[in-house]
Design a binder for this molecule. Structure first.
Ligand SMILES: Nc1ncnc2c1ncn2[C@@H]1O[C@H](COP(=O)(O)OP(=O)(O)O)[C@@H](O)[C@H]1O
Ligand SMILES: [Mg+2]
Length: 249
């Protein structure tokens, strides 16, 4: 069996006296897509943030390609570079145009030359369907376009693992499809990723595995047809019913 790309063992995270993650085990195999679902406040964002060490777990271990992640600023910097994250609210740099949003990290973190980085940037903008927008300002773009720029920017660092935190939740419904389309293409390329999403039909189609988190614990996981189609846990059933009702509103 493949060594997991990333593996979490008994990860816990507290904010003050609030236990947000209470011993989470999670594995992402190379080339797989793990969809993380669960009610608001159950710890999904915190879990993703622990995976790239935007948050430091209080206990438990994190392995990358079978090796435990050590301490130290240099190791963590390298880890963050190979784990890319896309946020709900895009977080583009408002004072930089689209091209410069893409160039910043490779230039600053890797010291890449402008021309070399710009070549990669144009290829990635084409991939997300925005080659005509290189000179545009973020505020002039729709939410769907901004999120596609954010995805291209994330890809500039050639991450080995992509983390998406509700990438379409801030979008108008008619813009959701264009962003999911880009993520679907990335999945088809065999990229490894974790996606927190409430788009259940998308999860069912794209995910290799669905993980249901509730109150900081994984209560159920397995293939989408199993977890979404035939959930074993009452809380999974209740949650899915609520999401379905909401999506019909
Ligand atoms: N930086 C923080 N400081 C204190 N509490 C936090 C912080 N981040 C998240 N929380 C709390 O942790 C819980 C889980 O949050 P989060 O991981 O964002 O959940 P989800 O993404 O599933 O909605 C929530 O109760 C939230 O209020
Ligand atoms: Mg969240």
């Amino acid at each position: 069996m493949d060594v997991p790309l990333i593996e979490l063992q008994k990860v816990t995270k507290n904010y003050g006296s609030h236990a947000v993650l209470r011993g989470v085990d999670l594995r992402v195999r190379p080339g797989s897509v793990v969809a993380i679902i669960g009610p608001s406040g159950c710890g999904k964002s915190t879990l993703l943030r622990c995976m790239n060490f935007l948050e430091r777990p209080d206990a438990g271990q994190l392995f990358f390609r079978g090796r435990v992640l050590g301490e130290g600023a240099e190791i963590l910097r390298a880890h963050r570079a190979r784990v890319g994250m896309v946020f709900q609210r895009f977080h583009l740099f408002p004072h930089l145009n689209v091209l410069d949003n893409l160039l910043l990290a490779p230039r600053v973190v890797r010291g890449e030359g402008r021309e070399e980085a710009a070549r990669s940037a144009h290829i990635l903008l084409e991939k997300v369907g925005l080659s005509a927008m290189a000179g545009a300002w973020p505020e002039s773009l729709s939410g769907g376009q901004q999120q596609r720029v954010a995805i291209a920017r994330c890809l500039m660092m050639e991450p080995e693992l992509l983390l998406f935190d509700e990438p379409t939740s801030a979008l108008d419904p008619e813009l959701v499809g264009e962003v999911l389309g880009v993520i679907r293409d990335l999945a088809e390329e065999g990229r490894s990723m974790c996606i927190v999403t409430h788009e259940m039909s998308f999860a069912r189609e794209v995910a290799s595995e669905v993980v249901m988190l509730d109150q900081g614990v994984v209560i159920e996981q397995g293939p989408p047809a199993q977890v979404l189609g035939n959930p074993q846990h009452a809380r999974t059933r209740t949650f899915l019913k609520r999401v379905l009702e909401h999506s019909r509103e």
